[in-house]
Design a protein around this ligand. Structure first.
Ligand code: HPA
Length: 271
Protein backbone atom coordinates (compact mmCIF):
# COMPACT_ATOMS: atom_id res chain seq x y z
CA UNK A 1 0.00 0.00 0.00
CA UNK A 2 2.64 2.53 1.05
CA UNK A 3 4.90 1.42 -1.80
CA UNK A 4 2.05 1.89 -4.30
CA UNK A 5 1.32 5.33 -2.94
CA UNK A 6 4.89 6.40 -3.50
CA UNK A 7 4.94 4.90 -7.00
CA UNK A 8 1.79 6.83 -7.89
CA UNK A 9 3.19 10.06 -6.48
CA UNK A 10 6.40 9.60 -8.42
CA UNK A 11 4.61 8.72 -11.66
CA UNK A 12 2.43 11.82 -11.33
CA UNK A 13 5.41 14.11 -10.79
CA UNK A 14 7.41 12.62 -13.65
CA UNK A 15 4.37 12.94 -15.90
CA UNK A 16 4.07 16.58 -14.88
CA UNK A 17 7.55 17.51 -15.96
CA UNK A 18 9.71 16.87 -12.90
CA UNK A 19 12.88 15.29 -14.26
CA UNK A 20 15.53 13.79 -12.01
CA UNK A 21 16.37 16.48 -9.44
CA UNK A 22 19.84 16.43 -7.86
CA UNK A 23 19.13 18.14 -4.58
CA UNK A 24 16.06 18.31 -2.35
CA UNK A 25 15.41 21.34 -0.16
CA UNK A 26 12.90 21.78 2.66
CA UNK A 27 12.07 25.37 3.58
CA UNK A 28 11.03 26.14 7.14
CA UNK A 29 8.57 28.58 8.67
CA UNK A 30 9.19 32.13 7.42
CA UNK A 31 11.95 30.89 5.11
CA UNK A 32 10.24 30.73 1.73
CA UNK A 33 12.16 33.39 -0.19
CA UNK A 34 14.79 31.02 -1.54
CA UNK A 35 12.11 30.18 -4.08
CA UNK A 36 12.59 33.63 -5.68
CA UNK A 37 16.12 32.64 -6.65
CA UNK A 38 15.07 29.52 -8.55
CA UNK A 39 14.54 29.36 -12.28
CA UNK A 40 11.25 27.55 -11.91
CA UNK A 41 10.17 24.89 -14.39
CA UNK A 42 7.28 23.41 -12.44
CA UNK A 43 5.32 24.52 -9.42
CA UNK A 44 2.86 21.95 -8.12
CA UNK A 45 0.58 22.63 -5.13
CA UNK A 46 0.65 19.79 -2.60
CA UNK A 47 -3.14 19.43 -2.92
CA UNK A 48 -2.70 18.31 -6.54
CA UNK A 49 -0.14 15.62 -5.78
CA UNK A 50 -1.59 12.16 -5.21
CA UNK A 51 -1.04 10.89 -1.66
CA UNK A 52 0.57 14.07 -0.44
CA UNK A 53 -0.90 14.86 2.98
CA UNK A 54 -4.15 16.79 2.85
CA UNK A 55 -3.53 20.40 3.65
CA UNK A 56 -4.72 22.23 6.74
CA UNK A 57 -5.69 25.89 6.45
CA UNK A 58 -2.17 26.98 7.32
CA UNK A 59 -1.01 24.84 4.48
CA UNK A 60 -2.99 26.10 1.53
CA UNK A 61 0.19 27.52 0.05
CA UNK A 62 2.34 24.38 0.36
CA UNK A 63 3.90 23.45 -2.95
CA UNK A 64 6.63 21.49 -4.60
CA UNK A 65 8.90 23.53 -6.84
CA UNK A 66 11.17 22.09 -9.49
CA UNK A 67 13.81 24.12 -11.26
CA UNK A 68 17.42 25.24 -11.36
CA UNK A 69 19.39 26.94 -8.60
CA UNK A 70 23.14 27.59 -8.74
CA UNK A 71 23.29 25.44 -11.87
CA UNK A 72 21.74 22.41 -10.12
CA UNK A 73 18.36 20.78 -10.61
CA UNK A 74 16.49 21.20 -7.35
CA UNK A 75 13.18 20.08 -5.92
CA UNK A 76 11.96 22.32 -3.12
CA UNK A 77 9.29 21.74 -0.52
CA UNK A 78 7.91 25.18 0.21
CA UNK A 79 5.97 24.45 3.38
CA UNK A 80 6.30 21.34 5.51
CA UNK A 81 4.02 19.26 7.71
CA UNK A 82 4.34 19.14 11.50
CA UNK A 83 3.24 16.71 14.20
CA UNK A 84 1.44 19.55 15.97
CA UNK A 85 -0.93 19.89 13.02
CA UNK A 86 -2.11 16.34 13.63
CA UNK A 87 -0.26 14.60 10.79
CA UNK A 88 1.27 11.17 11.24
CA UNK A 89 5.02 10.71 11.00
CA UNK A 90 4.50 8.89 7.69
CA UNK A 91 2.71 11.98 6.35
CA UNK A 92 5.30 14.36 7.78
CA UNK A 93 8.13 12.55 6.03
CA UNK A 94 6.25 11.68 2.84
CA UNK A 95 7.91 14.57 0.99
CA UNK A 96 11.37 13.25 1.87
CA UNK A 97 10.47 9.80 0.57
CA UNK A 98 9.01 11.40 -2.55
CA UNK A 99 12.13 13.44 -3.28
CA UNK A 100 14.24 10.34 -2.72
CA UNK A 101 12.07 8.42 -5.21
CA UNK A 102 12.61 11.22 -7.72
CA UNK A 103 16.34 10.61 -7.39
CA UNK A 104 17.89 13.36 -5.26
CA UNK A 105 21.46 12.76 -4.06
CA UNK A 106 21.50 15.29 -1.22
CA UNK A 107 18.99 16.93 1.08
CA UNK A 108 19.10 20.41 2.62
CA UNK A 109 16.75 21.37 5.43
CA UNK A 110 15.96 24.65 7.14
CA UNK A 111 13.85 25.51 10.14
CA UNK A 112 13.05 28.23 12.64
CA UNK A 113 14.11 27.34 16.16
CA UNK A 114 14.48 28.80 19.63
CA UNK A 115 17.97 29.44 21.03
CA UNK A 116 18.46 27.37 24.18
CA UNK A 117 22.17 28.09 24.26
CA UNK A 118 22.10 31.63 25.59
CA UNK A 119 25.35 32.54 23.85
CA UNK A 120 23.35 32.28 20.65
CA UNK A 121 21.13 35.20 19.72
CA UNK A 122 17.98 35.63 17.72
CA UNK A 123 18.77 36.17 14.08
CA UNK A 124 21.79 33.84 14.27
CA UNK A 125 22.06 30.80 12.03
CA UNK A 126 22.97 27.44 13.53
CA UNK A 127 24.33 24.49 11.65
CA UNK A 128 22.83 21.36 13.17
CA UNK A 129 25.57 18.89 14.00
CA UNK A 130 23.47 16.43 15.97
CA UNK A 131 19.96 16.09 17.36
CA UNK A 132 17.78 14.85 20.18
CA UNK A 133 14.50 13.29 19.18
CA UNK A 134 12.11 14.43 21.94
CA UNK A 135 8.96 13.75 19.95
CA UNK A 136 8.50 10.37 21.57
CA UNK A 137 8.09 8.44 18.33
CA UNK A 138 9.95 7.36 15.21
CA UNK A 139 8.97 7.82 11.55
CA UNK A 140 10.43 4.33 10.99
CA UNK A 141 8.11 2.54 13.40
CA UNK A 142 5.62 0.98 10.99
CA UNK A 143 4.97 -2.47 9.53
CA UNK A 144 7.03 -3.15 6.43
CA UNK A 145 9.49 -0.28 6.94
CA UNK A 146 12.30 -2.61 5.83
CA UNK A 147 10.97 -2.54 2.24
CA UNK A 148 11.98 1.09 2.02
CA UNK A 149 15.36 1.27 3.70
CA UNK A 150 17.28 0.49 6.86
CA UNK A 151 15.13 -0.52 9.83
CA UNK A 152 17.84 -0.03 12.43
CA UNK A 153 19.15 3.05 10.68
CA UNK A 154 22.35 4.14 12.35
CA UNK A 155 22.61 7.70 13.60
CA UNK A 156 26.39 7.96 13.71
CA UNK A 157 26.39 10.85 11.28
CA UNK A 158 22.83 12.09 10.81
CA UNK A 159 24.22 15.31 9.35
CA UNK A 160 26.75 14.97 6.56
CA UNK A 161 30.22 15.98 7.76
CA UNK A 162 31.19 16.71 4.17
CA UNK A 163 28.35 19.16 3.66
CA UNK A 164 28.74 20.67 7.12
CA UNK A 165 32.43 21.31 6.51
CA UNK A 166 31.65 22.96 3.20
CA UNK A 167 28.99 25.12 4.87
CA UNK A 168 31.43 26.23 7.56
CA UNK A 169 34.01 27.23 4.95
CA UNK A 170 31.40 29.11 2.95
CA UNK A 171 30.18 30.91 6.08
CA UNK A 172 33.73 31.92 6.84
CA UNK A 173 34.32 33.23 3.35
CA UNK A 174 31.03 35.14 3.29
CA UNK A 175 31.53 36.47 6.83
CA UNK A 176 28.37 34.83 8.09
CA UNK A 177 28.41 34.01 11.79
CA UNK A 178 27.36 30.36 11.60
CA UNK A 179 26.84 28.78 15.01
CA UNK A 180 26.92 25.04 15.46
CA UNK A 181 25.02 22.78 17.79
CA UNK A 182 22.48 20.21 18.86
CA UNK A 183 18.84 20.61 17.83
CA UNK A 184 16.05 19.05 19.87
CA UNK A 185 12.66 18.38 18.32
CA UNK A 186 9.52 18.66 20.41
CA UNK A 187 5.93 18.07 19.32
CA UNK A 188 4.51 21.50 20.19
CA UNK A 189 2.54 23.50 19.30
CA UNK A 190 2.76 24.97 22.79
CA UNK A 191 6.09 26.50 23.58
CA UNK A 192 8.18 25.17 26.45
CA UNK A 193 7.76 25.88 30.14
CA UNK A 194 10.60 27.37 32.14
CA UNK A 195 11.24 23.91 33.57
CA UNK A 196 11.40 22.45 30.08
CA UNK A 197 13.89 25.07 28.89
CA UNK A 198 16.00 24.31 31.98
CA UNK A 199 15.81 20.62 31.13
CA UNK A 200 16.92 21.34 27.56
CA UNK A 201 19.88 23.31 28.90
CA UNK A 202 20.85 20.40 31.14
CA UNK A 203 20.61 18.11 28.10
CA UNK A 204 23.07 20.42 26.34
CA UNK A 205 20.61 21.34 23.65
CA UNK A 206 21.49 24.46 21.66
CA UNK A 207 18.24 24.96 19.74
CA UNK A 208 14.68 23.67 20.01
CA UNK A 209 12.02 23.38 17.36
CA UNK A 210 9.07 21.34 16.15
CA UNK A 211 10.36 19.78 12.94
CA UNK A 212 13.39 18.42 11.08
CA UNK A 213 14.28 15.38 13.20
CA UNK A 214 11.72 13.01 11.59
CA UNK A 215 12.88 14.16 8.15
CA UNK A 216 16.52 13.56 9.01
CA UNK A 217 15.79 10.10 10.45
CA UNK A 218 14.04 9.14 7.22
CA UNK A 219 16.92 10.55 5.18
CA UNK A 220 19.37 8.36 7.11
CA UNK A 221 17.12 5.33 6.64
CA UNK A 222 17.23 6.06 2.89
CA UNK A 223 21.00 6.67 3.01
CA UNK A 224 20.43 10.21 1.78
CA UNK A 225 23.14 12.64 2.94
CA UNK A 226 21.63 15.70 4.55
CA UNK A 227 22.50 19.02 6.16
CA UNK A 228 20.24 21.29 8.18
CA UNK A 229 20.35 24.89 9.32
CA UNK A 230 18.27 26.49 12.07
CA UNK A 231 17.43 30.13 11.97
CA UNK A 232 17.26 31.15 15.62
CA UNK A 233 14.15 33.23 16.07
CA UNK A 234 13.88 33.66 19.84
CA UNK A 235 15.98 33.32 22.97
CA UNK A 236 14.77 30.72 25.42
CA UNK A 237 16.08 32.05 28.73
CA UNK A 238 14.12 30.30 31.48
CA UNK A 239 14.94 33.06 33.97
CA UNK A 240 13.72 35.78 31.67
CA UNK A 241 10.91 34.26 29.65
CA UNK A 242 8.74 36.47 27.48
CA UNK A 243 5.38 35.63 25.91
CA UNK A 244 5.73 34.08 22.45
CA UNK A 245 5.20 36.40 19.58
CA UNK A 246 4.68 34.35 16.41
CA UNK A 247 4.66 37.38 14.06
CA UNK A 248 8.00 38.40 15.60
CA UNK A 249 9.39 34.88 15.12
CA UNK A 250 8.41 35.04 11.46
CA UNK A 251 9.89 38.53 11.13
CA UNK A 252 13.22 37.48 12.67
CA UNK A 253 13.31 34.45 10.37
CA UNK A 254 12.72 36.72 7.38
CA UNK A 255 15.56 39.05 8.39
CA UNK A 256 18.06 36.22 8.82
CA UNK A 257 16.87 34.45 5.70
CA UNK A 258 19.28 36.09 3.19
CA UNK A 259 22.22 34.53 5.08
CA UNK A 260 20.65 31.11 4.81
CA UNK A 261 19.96 31.64 1.12
CA UNK A 262 23.62 32.55 0.55
CA UNK A 263 24.80 29.41 2.37
CA UNK A 264 22.48 27.11 0.44
CA UNK A 265 23.22 28.69 -2.94
CA UNK A 266 26.97 28.52 -2.42
CA UNK A 267 26.79 24.96 -1.13
CA UNK A 268 24.83 23.88 -4.21
CA UNK A 269 27.67 25.06 -6.42
CA UNK A 270 29.99 22.67 -4.60
CA UNK A 271 27.76 19.58 -4.71
N1 HPA B 1 10.43 26.27 21.04
C1 HPA B 1 10.02 25.39 20.13
N2 HPA B 1 9.94 25.67 18.86
C2 HPA B 1 10.33 26.88 18.45
C3 HPA B 1 10.78 27.82 19.34
C4 HPA B 1 10.83 27.50 20.71
O1 HPA B 1 11.22 28.31 21.56
N3 HPA B 1 11.10 28.93 18.62
C5 HPA B 1 10.85 28.64 17.32
N4 HPA B 1 10.39 27.40 17.22
Amino acid sequence: MKREQLEETKAYLFKNGVKKPEIGIVLGTGLGKLVNEITIEKEIPYVEIPHFPKATVEFHSGKLIYGTLSGKKVIVMSGRFHLYEGYSLWEITYGIRTMHELGIDNLLISNAAGAVNLNYKKGDLMLIEDHLNLQGASPLAFKGVGEFGDVFADMLEPYSKTMNNKLKLIANKKEINLREGVYASVIGPQLETRAEYRMLQILKVDAVGMSTVPEVIVAKHLKLPCAAISVLTDECDPENLKPVDIPEIIEVAGKAEPKMITLFKELLKEL
